[in-house]
Design a protein around this ligand. Structure first.
Ligand code: BTN
Length: 241
């Protein structure tokens, strides 16, 4: 375990240093956190969970999307466990937004950034969870929430980290054991967007409106527009109409 009172980004530290399989890089304050699609990930000093797990996947043929399913599902299950412990009504309130955002009541509570060091079969699994912060920058206010805001209680960061690492080990084992269908099914059942109308920003920056018909085992999203179904590898679901 590498612990820093303050660091720019736990993923960057893991990227620029040679760390063993299973290492965790944890910080109390991430000053330049990275999100997906070149976004920033902003966390509050001492209030949020920000860390990176270094994971070796021996099998060269394992696609990164399998890790996305396992890690996202592990974060989803962990947040459910914490909410149940705090007597929060989880039914219908917690979900996964393709590909790897965790939402509570449609607001983002956690984000995941997985980067690869392909030459060494290492993956840098960066996870950020909004935990005890109670205010957000204007741009994030409508779209984000925290465990404390949802439960009204201050959440123990150590307990959250221990629970999450337990679940990461449990669900990453599905990938190591090639139980791809099982982990895909668990992940798929936690999605809310299937059969919903959404705005979708594709990789080229085009904003389109359509219905999500499915998300495939290879991670592609299928969107139906005017009766025609198209598949996209990457992009962003903007909002649910
Ligand atoms: C996203 O939703 O865009 C992904 C956010 C990922 C944030 C985490 S916090 C720990 C790790 N270090 C980073 O710089 N980013 C990830």
């Amino acid at each position: 375990m590498y612990y820093f009172e303050e660091i720019d980004s736990t993923n960057n530290f893991a990227k620029h240093n040679s760390l063993a399989d299973g290492s965790i890089v944890l910080t109390n304050h991430q000053t330049n956190g990275k999100g997906r699609h070149e976004h920033a990930w902003i966390s509050k000093k001492g209030a949020d969970l920000t860390f990176t797990l270094v994971k070796k996947i021996a099998d060269q043929n394992t696609e990164q999307v399998k890790l996305v399913f396992a890690v996202t599902y592990a974060v989803y299950e962990t947040i459910k466990e914490i909410l149940i412990k705090e007597n929060f009504e989880i039914s219908g309130n917690i979900s996964v937004k393709w590909p790897n955002d965790i939402l509570i009541r449609q607001k983002k509570i956690a984000g995941i950034l997985i980067e690869a060091k392909p030459q060494k079969n290492l993956y840098l699994i960066g996870i950020g969870i909004n935990v005890n912060g109670t205010s957000f920058h204007d741009a994030l206010k409508k779209k984000s929430t925290s465990l404390c805001l949802e439960t009204g209680k201050s959440i123990d960061l150590n307990f959250l980290l221990i629970t999450l690492v337990k679940n990461l080990n449990k669900y990453l084992k599905f990938v190591e054991d090639h139980k791809y269908k099982e982990i895909y099914n668990l992940w798929r059942n936690s999605l809310t967007c299937i059969n919903q109308n959404v705005e979708f920003l594709d990789a080229k920056g085009n904003l389109l409106t359509g219905t999500v018909t499915d998300i495939l085992e290879n991670g592609q999203i299928q969107i139906r527009q005017n009766g025609i179904i198209s598949e996209y590898n990457t992009g962003e679901i903007r909002l649910q109409l």
